[in-house]
Design a protein around this ligand. Structure first.
Ligand SMILES: [Zn+2]
Length: 114
């Protein structure tokens, strides 16, 4: 399974289209909060005791995607405006979190919020 399209559609959302023609819209915050790199997700195998301390400080640009690049033939590397670029989203992982993303508001409700 490969993404055939991945693009920003506005300041908060990205659009992903897969080679089976499934399409998803995800918020950048959702993607960033699921960054799979060791410093975000923690190292689960070698360092079981280590868990990153959750930081509540919002870095400017943290939830703003700067770029995306295909790595090898298996993953998408995302670069964020705060400089974070170690998150490698394997396609199967990306597809899974695409499927799990459920916007809280229906598009119509969001439109009416001004
Ligand atoms: Zn990360």
């Amino acid at each position: 399974m490969h993404p055939i399209e991945f693009k920003k559609i506005d300041d908060q959302n990205v659009f992903v289209k897969w080679d089976d023609n499934k399409e998803y819209t995800l918020s950048m915050k959702y993607l960033r909060d699921r960054c799979p790199c060791a410093s975000c997700a923690g190292e689960t195998v070698l360092w079981r005791e280590y868990k990153p301390v959750p930081l509540e400080i919002l870095t400017p640009g943290k939830y703003n995607l700067k770029g995306a690049e295909i790595v090898g033939n298996y993953a998408l590397a995302l670069t964020w405006l705060d400089g974070h670029n170690t998150g490698i989203y394997a396609f199967d992982y990306l597809r899974r979190i695409c499927g799990e993303f459920a916007p809280r508001l229906a598009p119509d409700a969001a439109k009416n919020r001004g």
